[in-house]
Design a protein. Structure first.
Length: 85
């Protein structure tokens, strides 16, 4: 099966997000009042070919843990969007 997977990688709660802070500070100057809690992360889409949906999930988790994220400071979530046999 071949599946498209969307991964979202975000800094863990409690980790300072200077990029998010900068965006949050500058939004009012662009007319966007009342916005808070801005956090910046990464969105990655990949196509994974594997024998089963479970294997797709296992491969994505391993890729995210070992290469795509820094598990010390980042969390990740993923969605298997579709798959075809």
């Amino acid at each position: 099966m071949k599946a498209r997977v969307s991964l979202d990688i975000m800094l863990k709660q409690g980790i300072l997000d200077p990029q998010g802070t900068t965006v949050e500070r500058n939004l009012p100057s662009l007319g966007f009042e009342g916005v808070s809690g801005v956090r910046i992360g990464k969105h990655i889409e990949v196509e994974v070919e594997a024998p089963s949906r479970e294997e797709v999930a296992a491969r994505v988790e391993e890729m995210a843990r070992r290469f795509l994220s820094n598990p010390v400071i980042e969390d990740f979530t993923y969605r298997i969007e579709n798959g075809s046999a």
